[in-house]
Design a protein around this ligand. Sequence first.
Ligand SMILES: Cc1cc2nc3c(=O)[nH]c(=O)nc-3n(C[C@H](O)[C@H](O)[C@H](O)COP(=O)(O)OP(=O)(O)OC[C@H]3O[C@@H](n4cnc5c(N)ncnc54)[C@H](O)[C@@H]3O)c2cc1C
Length: 500
Amino acid sequence: MRSVHWQYAGEEVFDVLIIGGGITGASLYHELCRNGWRTLLVDKGDFASGTSQSSGMMVWGGLLYLRDGDLLTVFRLSRSRDRMLEELGAWTAPASFHYIPSLKGGLPSAFIGAGLGFYWLLGAGRRQLPWYRRDFDEASLVSQHGHRGAFCYEEALLTSSDARFVLHWITPFQPPGQAAINYCEVVGCDYVRSEGVWRLTLRDRLLGGTIEARARLIVNCAGVWADAINRRQGIETPYRHALSKGVYLGLARAEEHRSPLIFDMGAHDDVMTYVPWGPVALWGPTETAIEEIGEGLTPRPADLRFLLETANRHLRRKVGPEDVVSLRCGIRALAVDRDYVATRYPLELSRRSIVHPERDLPWITAYGGKLTGSRELAGKIGRMIRRRIRPSLPRPAVDMEPSAAVAAYSFPGIEQAVVAPRWCREREFCCTLEDYLRRRTNIAQWLPREGLGHNGDKQAAVLAVAREIHGGDMAAAQESVARYDETVTARFDKLLADAV
Ligand SMILES: Cc1cc2nc3c(=O)[nH]c(=O)nc-3n(C[C@H](O)[C@H](O)[C@H](O)COP(=O)(O)OP(=O)(O)OC[C@H]3O[C@@H](n4cnc5c(N)ncnc54)[C@H](O)[C@@H]3O)c2cc1C
């Protein structure tokens, strides 16, 4: 599938080329393709392998941003949440969030109650009116030091995963007309004014080799990497990204844990969330300002220690490194003015999104953004593009609901059926074992040691998957499992050992 898109990319002059296949680029790809723009989407890694695979998967109005008075962002996110619930019913589900006030030093209960009422109003009262519960099913999970009950309010969650949500915006569109290529890096990019066309050199990061692609307009949706791409092109805008690292722990989910719990931490006005997701519950996230992208790509022992310490303070069960089923780590790209000096706690920075078009070049940069709100951001960029370029294709008919025809596969230790590896290879741009275990399915997040299992007890099942991914080539499958095992030892086992 990838090769068909790859080949087509060299043949066409595209209306728009999008750099970055996270949620921002994928939503934009969908928006442009369905409106008839000839569009090419490229990602230097797998689709959704950046920040978009590490979110909390909450479709929410941004309650936390109320404290800094960012009413416009909260209003917009609430509207997006409700639109997603209305239009993407198979991908999102309403959920009752339980906000648990801190017994020491947190916000006063009256303030929380009033804040939630205001939040509900900002969401135009479309969700259930917040309510207070002294007793709730998950109370048994909360530390024995007790609680005073929970404030309940309605938000939403993604039903499958953030990575699959990203993918579903991409897969319906095929050449001719559109193309999407993962593991494809833009290594050169020149604007030929006389032709009104960008000439780009694209490198295949899996197989090597380059091709030349052409596009009339470029949209930089590269998230935390967007600033570096702009710098390389000599593009200066009034904005940049401040970076904040966020890490979650995946812990085994208790049977009674069905609603997301939000714990007031009593410091920085911060919270920790405990969100049920299949057989695990995600505890986190951290919020750490970082200077360099490299500092935020993997969790550090200090992140793990902090998360375990806070979990042990707020949860009844005691957890240690041996209880960690999985880890998620991502970098938030927060849109700030170019001259912003990093003095504030990242949570105090607005989660707004900004779209900046260059005046003299057909180049647009997307800053900030969230999963919630990604469609509105795509719509805004689409309107901006329409003012510059008319779509050159008729509007195609596409069905955005998940296909019932997805081939099912069973993996030991995962209760429900997952999508079959061959299906993913042939129809979902799945190129590597990790693409499958982490982003096409949740196996790497739901089973210990990124799907290999404790003591490698799932190794044979992983090998069977690898064989399908490699088209039956057993030697290639064995090699990829061995490499995967090495990676997991280095980034998971070693980290847990270092955190002790
Ligand atoms: C811990 C955490 C929790 C979060 N929780 C939530 C939540 O619950 N709800 C919510 O709505 N939002 C949440 N977010 C925010 C949300 O996840 C992000 O805003 C969103 O995923 C950003 O998507 P993006 O497409 O802008 O960036 P990314 O997903 O990072 O995508 C950028 C892509 O660009 C590609 N790229 C980079 N350079 C190049 C290049 N040179 N050539 C080609 N491709 C390139 C990268 O490989 C990457 O795939 C959370 C974020 C974090 C970190």
